[in-house]
Design a binder for this molecule. Structure first.
Ligand SMILES: Cc1cc2nc3c(=O)[nH]c(=O)nc-3n(C[C@H](O)[C@H](O)[C@H](O)COP(=O)(O)OP(=O)(O)OC[C@H]3O[C@@H](n4cnc5c(N)ncnc54)[C@H](O)[C@@H]3O)c2cc1C
Length: 360
């Protein structure tokens, strides 16, 4: 019998598990993949939540965890017919496999037990006991705990198990990695809006000796990407070194309206499993860390007060949802400006991204 089982070894799972272990709770972290594992992500430690929580909970990111350039100077927005706009914002940059592995190692030192290659298939709760079913290697196992934290990302098995009736739409971003560099400033993250709308868009950034093109609009924008990036030296016939993709649940409207509340009884969802990525930038490391801390704190208080953890967690999560609601309405504003005029769109775009990067 564990006190807490945390499902998923991303930033949310790592911080939640570490906090629980530091609170003297017997904590098991289950991760589907063998570590270190990569994650489709630009790897920017963006926004105050990500920066401050990482520093406070795990310490200074070691230089070997960061890439070249180790820090971005900011973001650059490219709208056709308009001068490119800069948002200055120092942002540490890493491959997620290295960043997340470092956090997990720190959590293990704090007393977290880790099982790798442990894929959770189902979670349920009855009379204050949670049962987690998983495949560990080739073995089917059932584990008991008082609490479960679902930190298992966008396609969360814990969420599906807890809310089988919720229908979720997904964005499916793709990431392509090419060898070499383009003639674009390497210390900026470049956002392109070829259709003069917030979406579809694509992004480009450099890491070590390669550059990455990513976004959910990549397939749709293939011709535009080739045309736009040719100006910066991209050969449209070049083949990526590799390509991958993932699923992002679109849960903002349901979270804001209350149609979806990411917890029940003693099972709590955090980070992408709860759909907490910020609208606009799709920053999610900070919200995963923030919700991970809230979930661990709710469990500690639930034990003291003999109350369901979900009740405490959902109340503590309200300010996060308020911020998401604010950014969601910026998104709508962007759509409106886009329909009117490129200049206004470009101005609102910069304001919306700057605001999103600052808050949290
Ligand atoms: C293209 C793209 C770029 C992005 N860029 C940024 C960025 O630069 N900065 C930023 O802040 N955010 C970015 N994000 C968002 C960010 O990647 C996520 O919001 C963040 O990783 C969420 O963290 P998490 O801990 O909730 O989940 P994850 O990091 O997704 O971790 C979930 C973990 O759970 C494991 N898992 C899944 N299913 C199971 C299971 N059934 N059993 C056991 N384990 C399981 C997975 O293997 C994984 O290790 C980006 C997202 C995309 C798609």
């Amino acid at each position: 019998m564990y006190d807490v089982i945390v499902v998923g070894g991303g930033p949310g799972g790592a911080v939640a598990a570490q906090r629980c272990a530091q609170g003297k709770l017997r904590t098991l972290l289950l991760e589907r993949k063998k570590l270190p594992r990569d994650k489709v992500c630009s790897g920017m430690v963006m926004g105050p939540w990500a920066r401050d929580i990482i520093q406070q909970e795990f310490g200074t990111i070691p230089p070997e965890v960061l890439v070249e350039p180790c820090q971005l100077s900011g973001h650059m927005m490219h709208v056709p017919g308009m001068k490119s706009q800069r948002i200055m914002c120092n942002t540490p940059l890493a491959w997620r496999k290295d960043l997340d592995f470092w956090m997990i190692q720190t959590a293990r030192k704090a007393g977290v037990e880790l099982w790798e290659g442990a894929r959770v298939t189902e979670v349920h709760q009855e009379a204050g006991v949670c049962t987690t079913t998983l495949m560990h290697g080739k073995k089917l196992r059932e584990l008991k705990s008082r609490f479960v934290i679902g930190a298992d990302g966008g396609a969360s098995a814990v969420r599906k198990s807890l809310f089988p009736l919720i229908k979720v739409a997904y964005s499916v971003p793709i990431r392509e990695c090419y060898a070499g560099a383009l003639n674009l400033e390497k210390d900026y993250f470049h956002w392109f809006f070829p259709k003069l709308r917030p979406r579809p868009r694509f992004a480009l950034n450099h890491k070590d000796d390669c550059f990455l093109i990513e976004g959910s609009g990549i397939k749709e924008l293939r011709d535009e990407i080739n045309h736009i990036l040719a100006k910066y030296g991209f050969n449209p016939h070049s083949k990526p070194l590799w390509r991958d993709g993932c699923q992002i649940p679109r849960l903002h409207e349901a979270l804001i309206s209350g149609a979806f509340s990411p917890a029940k009884g003693n099972i709590l969802l955090i980070g992408d499993a709860a759909g907490l990525l910020f609208p606009i930038t799709f920053e999610g490391i900070g919200t995963a860390l923030k919700s991970g801390i809230l979930a661990a704190g709710s469990i500690a208080r639930s034990i003291k007060a003999s109350r369901a953890a979900a009740e405490i967690y959902l109340r503590d999560l309200k300010p996060v949802l308020k911020i998401i609601e604010g950014f969601h309405s910026w998104n709508k504003k962007l759509e409106l400006e886009a329909a009117r005029e490129a200049g206004e769109f470009s101005k609102t775009l910069k304001a919306a991204y700057a605001q999103t990067l600052k808050v949290g």
